[in-house]
Design a protein around this ligand. Structure first.
Ligand SMILES: [Fe+2]
Ligand SMILES: [Fe+2]
Length: 128
């Protein structure tokens, strides 16, 4: 489960880094760049938990879907990724019986909720 979370964080980090470069508008680009760094921190936290329990972090990520070449599609994709992450972390918190892991996953879950809010604000601004 931790490795599944780890790989998803790799995918999110890479998608956000790439999109931040492509985005034509300054504000969403900066927000996306800043959030990509949060996702990398999530990778670090998860990798530590994995290694501490005798595992090895998996680097086998899937082909990346960036949400296309326009800002609207990219923000929608990023919101969908955060929603997926929120649902996955909620599920894993329910299933995992390890206080340290659950503590870290709860912290990550809170940050993913904030990310989704940040991306939603940018998408709403576009639609005005
Ligand atoms: Fe994350
Ligand atoms: Fe996130």
């Amino acid at each position: 489960m931790l490795n599944e979370d780890f790989v998803k964080e790799i995918e999110a980090s890479m998608i956000y880094v790439r999109n931040a470069f492509i985005m034509p508008k300054c504000d969403p680009s900066r927000v996306t760049e800043a959030i990509s760094i949060y996702e990398m921190r999530h990778m670090n936290w998860l990798a530590e938990l994995i290694v501490k329990r005798g595992g090895k972090p998996s680097m086998e990520h899937k082909a990346l879907d960036f949400g296309g070449d326009d800002l609207n599609g990219q923000l929608e994709k990023q919101i969908a990724l955060e929603t997926e992450a929120i649902e996955r972390y909620k599920r894993h918190i329910e299933l995992i019986d390890d206080a340290e892991v659950v503590g870290v996953l709860r912290h990550i879950l809170d940050e993913e909720k904030r990310h989704r809010k940040e991306f939603r604000i940018r998408l709403e601004k576009l639609q005005k």
